[in-house]
Design a protein around this ligand. Sequence first.
Ligand SMILES: Nc1ncnc2c1ncn2[C@@H]1O[C@H](COP(=O)(O)OP(=O)(O)O)[C@@H](O)[C@H]1O
Ligand SMILES: [Mg+2]
Length: 352
Amino acid sequence: MAVMVDTRSGAAVPIEIKNISTMAEFTLNLRSMCKEESQRNFAPYVRQMNPIIKSNTTQNNAIGEMFKKSHRFSSMKIAHFFCYIIKMVVFVFLIINNLRKSMCALEIKNLRLSVNDNVVLDGFSLKILPGEIHAFIGKNGVGKSSLAKAIAGHPAYKIQRGDVVLDGESIMGKAPDEIARQGFFLAFQSPIELPGISLANFIRAAVQSRLPKGTPLSGVDFYKSLYAQMEVLQIDKSFTSRPLNDGFSGGEKKRCEVLQMMMVKPKYAILDETDSGLDIDALKIVANAVNAMRNDNFAAIIITHHNKLLEYIRPDVVHIISGGKIAMSGGLELIDRLEKFGYGFINDENLL
Ligand SMILES: Nc1ncnc2c1ncn2[C@@H]1O[C@H](COP(=O)(O)OP(=O)(O)O)[C@@H](O)[C@H]1O
Ligand SMILES: [Mg+2]
């Protein structure tokens, strides 16, 4: 008879050992019994278990000592080693994950932007994290659309200083299609007409070009998804074969911009006055579509002059653009103050 002792709790479990012929057999027997015993009675203590042998005979004491040593050197050392490796792997994984998360953002850094040699923005900085929706409001001509087009890679809008970074990667010097593949989408304030290219073919090419090279896009899947999104936006199916924006009303063009966004599923989007030209029902439909896109992998800037769209979308932050930069940031209450006092309030300390 031997006794297995949990050295931390002091609990002792008697163990019957039959037919011990050799030390090896004894050790094997004991190990399997320890395992069984641990599973049955010592389940909560399995990790803390440090079994030793107590018995009357010198031989068993010696065997117990030997088992204790071999157990320590084999099972426990190996277990500690694996614990250490697992801890290191988890630690490295957490560091990489945090690093990746901290890099995930649309960052505009101290931007100086000119068009036709006229500086429209200077010292413009903003960071938008995935999952956030920001709103830009500002007087006509302050440079909201210029900023959007510069980020999209329009060659007429020159970044003279600063940087725009998407998920840690600068867009400087990149062509519009490369920037789009980096996850950016711009819904134009004035969508252009493209006679000769149907709406469906245009969107299909846009979706295909964002897939990794050589990835097939099934026509059946594409049209299934396209028709589903058209239904959400209440766009008639007949529009799929119409030339892009050719003869579309203002509201139809804007809804088709949102349709494109829903199909290409960008990570970062700017909607430049997408609400202009929309009737109140269409406005709600577009707002619901944007809200449906809200997730941890999507961020957007909504440029607008009207509070109705923002009431439906409820952005996380509202920025007032003035003097070439963000003059003020806050919540929806900024819109109320704007409606009450006009843009003058941002320079009037009494109204702040
Ligand atoms: N392609 C262009 N050529 C010349 N001037 C431009 C061009 N695009 C924008 N601008 C000028 O840049 C300024 C900012 O325009 P814009 O960014 O469209 O303003 P917002 O969108 O804030 O109303 C305006 O004075 C506008 O006339
Ligand atoms: Mg504009």
